[in-house]
Design a protein around this ligand. Structure first.
Ligand code: TXA
Ligand code: MG
Length: 341
């Protein structure tokens, strides 16, 4: 199969992507968070081909993308007042809301759960496409299962060239980490995955918000996963990453001691680091989690392209959107974390 390169700037290409999706094909689409691998959410065969292309475990449900609240409503059994408030405040944007599903959602989308994850993406091309094709789109991140999520069309093609019908290029993703996932189908509103909307912003609307225990640590083997995605190895480059919490001098000492092939630090660290560690990349300023989020997945892919095997990473502060950066790095590092303080 030849994967068509389509441009989000070209209306004829948006129309072509919509036709392919209506015909049951897979199309990678830009969103403001990461690229998604989209299929018609109402077509079980098309949705099954997402799982096959990604190598995704069958028990990991997909997010359904719609153009507005009105299109979300028929997909949920009901829309509680809190859901409406969240949607009005954060959609279009990087928030996914889990609700009880209506019978329109095929079981393969929800992986057999009684709930559905709904989101209105903020990228103009994604919204335009959703409107033109007139279908809800199931779309996980457009990476091979387990690999770092894609934030450019080049990342998508690296994983899927020749395996999907088309990739719609909408430029680099603005947010760079996936949407925040919150469930309103649990006894109390619960954050299942941190993302582009900070927990404090959700609390401002919801009042109370529990944080799933899987957000900042590994689940024990016997512990149930509220969000199946939290069980799996994720976002991981081939390199062995180790997260290090501590001052820059201690970090550098540790990198020498452990004979790291490379280091991933903050922008402001580069002047001090690069003379001692020429193999040095940075992922934004220490005090700017939005910048870290924006660059993280690109850096993880670069690390593999450079062939580094063991990489020490300065730990981000898990505050605001930084909780999402920390959550992704922790999984990318298979929970290897060292505290030098
Ligand atoms: O930003 C994003 O959310 C991107 C873009 C493409 O929209 N999509 C994305 O999808 O990150 P994916 O499949 O990589 O991650 C979806 C997460 C998984 O952890 C999955 O387990 C969880 O959402 N999820 C989906 N439906 C769920 C449900 N009904 N109950 C609990 N968790 C659910
Ligand atoms: Mg993913």
């Amino acid at each position: 199969m030849t994967t068509q390169r389509l441009s989000a700037q070209t209306p004829a290409d948006i129309a072509r992507a919509a036709r392919l999706l209506r015909a049951g094909e897979l199309v990678a689409i830009p969103t403001e968070t990461v690229y998604g691998l989209a299929a018609n959410a109402l077509d079980p065969a098309a949705v099954r081909s997402i799982f096959a292309a990604k190598g995704r475990p069958q028990d990991n449900p997909l997010i359904v993308h719609v153009p507005d609240i009105g299109a979300a409503e028929p997909l949920a059994a009901d829309m509680p007042a809190k859901a409406r408030e969240l949607a009005e405040r954060f959609w279009p944007g990087p928030l996914t809301i889990i609700l009880k599903k209506s019978e329109r959602i095929p079981d393969v989308v929800s992986a057999g759960l009684g709930t559905v994850a709904l989101r209105v993406p903020a990228h103009p091309a994604a919204l335009g496409l959703l409107r033109v094709c007139g279908l809800p789109l199931a779309a996980p991140s457009a990476n091979l299962s387990g690999s770092p999520s894609p934030t450019t069309a080049a990342h998508v093609l690296h994983d899927f060239d020749g395996k999907i019908a088309a990739a719609l290029d909408g430029g680099p993703c603005r947010v760079g980490v996936e949407s925040t996932v919150v469930t309103l189908a649990a006894p109390a509103p619960t954050l299942l995955r941190p993302g582009g909307v900070a927990p404090e912003a959700l609390r401002a609307v919801l009042g109370e918000l529990e944080i799933s225990s899987a957000v900042a640590r590994a689940l024990r083997p016997d512990e149930p996963a509220a969000s199946p995605g939290m069980k799996y190895k994720h976002y991981a480059p081939n390199a062995e990453l180790i997260l290090i919490r501590g001052s820059l001098p201690d970090f550098l000492g540790c990198a020498e001691e452990r004979q790291a092939d490379g280091i991933l630090v903050f922008d402001g660290d580069m002047a001090l680091c690069s003379p001692r560690f020429p193999r040095c990349l940075s992922y934004g300023r220490e005090d700017c989690p939005e910048e870290q989020a924006n660059q993280l997945f690109s850096r993880l892919r670069e690390i593999d392209a450079l062939g580094w095997k063991r990489v020490l990473v300065r730990r981000p502060a898990p505050d605001g959107v930084g909780l999402a950066v920390y959550n992704r790095l922790l999984r990318a590092a298979a929970f290897r974390e060292v505290d030098l303080r």
